[in-house]
Design a protein around this ligand. Structure first.
Ligand code: HGY
Ligand code: MN
Ligand code: MN
Length: 416
């Protein structure tokens, strides 16, 4: 393999690690929706995009967008995108890799225009950490941001609308963020975030379907009381109810695999050693590629919470946050990616994504595809998340071959 190839892969990894240092928490990568450190990310990404020959702007939802022009102004448009926000104490590649590789693909064109334009988008919000509402960036480009969404508040009571204003954005300009009618395809490169590709020693995965997600917030409200004087049979212990439920979540999912269910966040009040917890707020995340199975599972898991609460005289509030169906990706683009990988000399397999992605939001309106890169140790949403230079190189070579095949793809011309 020539030095040029490995140099470009090495630079991709270096840039991802550079962006990982843009954080709200020194020493770790924590970058939720429109926090100050996202300005630093935009500064770096803007420089790379402009140096690659793109015109750059930040839209009203805080997505940074670089447009690489085509041979003609009315030519159809391809979107290459992923997200730039992170979970708390994240790794350096989830989302960011897809944006950095997309810019690298444009660099490989060396200013030569294609018969279609390419827009690279770094979405402002995919994880749903700050507002418990994922995909805000991609929802904006498909015109699905509503007044209700803008009114959602974070833990400090700041609305999304106010967060946009605080980031020097203008919510009244949201309609301008919507993709043009002549957008004909969407490609997202992303780490697998799981163990499958590594277990088969494969560098690349071509996504056929993205699992559906159910997310909810559960609030167990019991009775705070003195830990030393309150007999066990007179308690309304919110923590004990939540604890029984959390193990029931694990038991249910373990006996219904490949279903997965997770309680990722638990907050307890008043949070003192010598006080019986009066209130516990817990999250729920349920995933499966089959929507009927996921919905049945979510209903059973929530029933377990009701039972655990009732037996202790604890009140239960369930706040649904997300019920997103599983999303199939575009079979024509899947085949094109498979052929591109083979032509570039790289092995791949089709794979269903357990992780959610912005492609879930784009796929119902634009033919969409995803290319996964192997996750060493199957690790993600963790500071030790990694990617291998040779897999980055395989992804670049495959994606460049995919771009070349799109040149001759006649369906794009129906969007011109
Ligand atoms: O949660 C997910 O599946 C993704 O990482 N946002
Ligand atoms: Mn993620
Ligand atoms: Mn991601």
């Amino acid at each position: 393999m020539s030095v040029t190839f490995t140099a470009r892969a090495t630079r991709v990894i270096s840039r991802c690690r550079q962006l990982a240092a843009c954080t709200e928490v020194p020493g770790e990568t924590t970058r939720p929706f429109l926090v100050p450190s996202m300005h630093q990310v935009h500064g770096l990404v803007r420089n790379w995009m402009e140096a690659a020959g793109m015109t750059v702007h930040v839209d009203a939802m805080g997505n940074i967008r670089g447009l690489y022009p085509a041979t003609t102004p009315e030519a159809p448009r391809l979107i290459l995108a992923s997200h730039l926000d992170t979970v708390p104490n994240a790794g350096p590649f989830d989302g960011v890799l897809g944006v950095v590789v997309a810019v690298t693909l444009i660099e490989q064109l060396h200013g030569q225009p294609l018969p279609y334009a390419i827009e690279v988008i770094g979405f402002s919000e995919e994880e749903g950490v700050r507002y418990a509402k994922p995909f805000l960036g991609s929802l904006a480009v498909v015109g699905k941001i509503t007044r209700e969404i803008l009114a959602l508040t974070d833990n400090e009571g700041i609305t999304i609308e106010q967060a946009l204003l605080d980031f020097n954005l203008d919510p009244t300009q949201l309609p301008d963020a919507i993709l043009p009618q002549n957008t004909f395809a969407y490609l997202e490169l992303h780490i697998e975030q799981g163990p499958v590709l590594e277990s088969e020693d494969l560098p690349l995965g071509i996504v056929d379907r993205i699992a559906g997600q159910t997310r909810a917030q559960l609030i167990f409200t019991g009775q705070a009381n003195h830990a030393g004087t309150t007999p066990m049979h007179l308690r309304h212990d919110a923590m004990a109810a939540a604890a029984e439920w959390i193990t029931a979540v694990e038991d249910y999912a373990s006996s219904h695999q490949p279903l997965v269910a997770t309680v990722g966040k638990v907050e307890t009040l008043p949070g003192a050693t010598n006080v019986i917890p009066g209130k516990v707020t817990a999250s729920l995340d349920v995933r499966h590629a089959d929507d009927a199975i996921r919905k049945t599972a979510a209903a059973s898991i929530l029933q377990c919470a009701k039972t655990a609460a009732e037996k202790r005289g604890v009140q239960l509030t369930i706040n649904p946050q997300l019920d997103h169906p599983a999303v199939p990706l575009n079979s024509r683009l899947i085949t094109m990616l498979q052929e591109a990988a083979a032509h570039a000399g790289h092995r791949s397999r089709t794979i269903t994504s357990g992780a959610g992605h912005d492609a879930m939001i784009l796929a119902p309106v634009i033919p969409s595809a995803m290319l996964f890169l192997r996750s060493p140790a199957g690790l993600s949403h963790h500071r030790d998340e990694n990617v291998l230079p040779q897999d980055v190189e395989a992804a670049i070579a495959t994606a460049m071959e995919f771009l070349a095949r799109l040149r001759d793809d006649k369906t794009k011309d129906t969007h011109a």
